[in-house]
Design a protein around this ligand. Structure first.
Ligand code: NAD
Length: 504
């Protein structure tokens, strides 16, 4: 473990503020970063304060002023080189995800692969930042729109995707001509340090030391100062709905732009004509993968009455065979929760579910071993139980039985969140009904695939209390740029639009 940290440039106590490869002296609290499998401290960070944030913002602004004039395909070339660095260090970075946030190794490596894929996608995007051209209503006039860089972007990330969420934002922001200030979750500081220390030198080698900056501090001072700062036109924040509500209000108060990627409460509908083998596997990965700590984790399953009882028996049996343990070992499918607070929230949610009439079918147990391990849990529930409307960041699945597809679609939509949703069916009509304008109200709607594990080519995000943001592929790059509509008159007259005359 010590070798891994050393190879990734992580000291016993690292600075919480970085401009390129320069660490700023910080004097805040020293916060230990623990391995959730053991509870042992791996290394520490000395937190930054508002003074270092000020320095970081100035450097980021300065870098932006030069970077925005670099042609977009050349910016893409710098991002391509970052992708190469990630490829060379994929194994170490994947192991660090596993070590610090407890994802099983194939998911840790998969997360780094996602960042590599994002770099590749962004390189292509750098030649495709298309604007439209329109026909002017005036003779000898031409109209078109073009996209310009926006400014320094504040990227706030959650603990559960300590590597890829930053890449979703940063690779696209960079090709868009923006600089990036990263404020990661303190629970995943080492991953942020490792990524920053590997990639900032790439920008630096091209003459842009302030293009990538990193600030780790308390939400109450550093976080708040970042979101209030008018020099940062876009804050992209990933995390809980509680955090997003605060960030959204503050940024709206200064008429800045926000890109919010918040909590989910994702459901899978299993119709009576579903391929039950596929559904079982889809639910298992969705509900139990990452120990239920994905924004897209499956939290509710709606089973058609005709198949419900037999299917639940099989699901419970599958849950009881799940290998739980050290996430770095091959064969483990369920790692730990992130910390003691998450274990407490797991316990509380199960208690509330029981008090509201839920029946535990399996799980509901905190494992008696070091670290933060819990048993994946299935609870027979009713959709009107208040706990089913909340996101608990743990492997708890609420199972409900429906008679008519319409009922299941209504239950799918009857929660405050709107991130991901799925139906398992072999029926064309049921699938299309689910995807129709009056079907699922989520940002992601899948057929015969679970709720988690999205591909980067699509735009990722959700509606309602999930925040409305879209990241990664499709035209998500538009969030990181400003649109300019241009009208050119190449004639000798000055006609006004809408037939207005103003003869002087
Ligand atoms: P969290 O809300 O506790 O923290 C997220 C980030 O927000 C952290 O970096 C935190 O320091 C920062 N933050 C909190 N208050 C702030 C403030 N006032 N000013 C500035 N920054 C502030 O979330 P978490 O526990 O790290 O992550 C889990 C949550 O994230 C879940 O709700 C999950 O669904 C959500 N999530 C959503 C997506 C998505 O794409 N929709 C992806 C991953 C995680």
């Amino acid at each position: 473990m010590k070798d891994l940290l050393a190879r990734l440039g992580i000291d016993e106590i690292s600075s919480g503020a970085w401009i390129g490869s320069r660490a700023l002296p910080t004097s805040g609290a020293v916060v230990g970063c623990a391995d959730p499998s053991t509870g042992q401290t791996l290394a520490s960070v000395r937190l930054a304060g508002p003074e270092q944030l000020e320095e970081v913002i100035r450097a980021s602004q300065q870098a932006f002023e030069a970077w925005r004039s670099v042609p977009a395909p050349k910016r893409g070339e710098v991002v391509r080189q970052m992708g190469e660095v990630l490829r060379a260090h994929k194994d170490d970075l994947g192991r660090l995800v596993t070590l610090e946030v407890g994802k099983v190794l194939s998911e840790g490596l998969g997360e780094v692969q996602e960042s590599i894929d994002m770099a590749d996608l962004a390189v292509g995007m750098s030649r495709q930042l298309y604007g439209l051209s329109m026909h002017s209503e005036r003779a000898s006039h031409r109209m078109y729109e073009q996209w310009h860089p926006l400014g320094p972007v504040g990227v706030i990330t959650a603990f559960n995707f300590p590597n890829a969420v930053w890449a979703w934002n940063t690779m696209v922001a960079l090709i868009s001509g923006d600089s990036v200030i990263w404020k990661p979750s303190i629970k995943a500081s080492l991953n942020a340090l490792a990524m920053h220390r590997l990639l900032a030198p790439v920008a630096e080698a091209h003459g842009f030391p302030g293009l990538l900056t990193l600030i780790m501090g308390a939400d109450a001072d550093v976080g708040e100062a970042l979101i209030h700062d008018r020099r940062i036109p876009l804050i992209s924040a990933t995390g809980s709905t509680r955090m997003g509500r605060r960030v959204g209000q503050v940024v709206a108060g200064r008429l800045g732009r926000c890109l919010l990627e918040l909590g989910g409460n994702n459901a899978i509908i299993v119709h009576k004509d579903a391929d039950l083998e596929l559904a079982l596997r889809g639910i298992a990965f969705g509900a139990v993968g990452t120990a239920g700590q994905r924004c897209t984790s499956t939290r509710r399953v709606m089973l058609h009455r005709d198949i419900a009882e037999g299917f639940l028996d099989r699901l419970v049996a599958l849950y009881e065979r799940l290998p739980i343990g050290d996430p770095s070992l091959p064969g483990t499918l369920v790692g730990p929760l992130i910390d003691a607070l998450a274990v407490e929230q797991y316990r509380e949610a199960i208690e509330q579910a029981r008090a509201q009439g839920g029946q535990v079918l399996t799980g509901a147990e905190v494992l008696d071993r070091p670290g933060f391990f819990v048993r994946p849990t299935i609870i027979r529930a009713r959709p009107d139980m208040p706990i089913c409307r909340e996101e608990t960041f743990a492997p708890i699945l609420y199972a409900m039985v429906f008679d008519e597809l319409e009922q299941a679609i209504a239950w799918n939509n009857d929660v405050p969140q709107g991130l991901s949703s799925s139906i398992f069916t072999d029926g064309f009509r049921a699938a299309e009904r689910f995807l129709s304008a009056t079907g699922s109200d989520c940002g992601i709607a899948n057929v015969n695939i679970g709720t988690s594990g999205a591909e980067i080519g699509g735009a990722f995000g959700g509606e309602k209390e999930t925040g409305g943001g879209r990241e990664a592929g499709s035209d998500s790059w538009k969030a990181y740029m400003r649109r300019q509509t241009c009208t050119l008159n190449w004639g000798t007259d000055l006609p006004l639009a809408q037939g207005v005359s103003f003869d002087v």
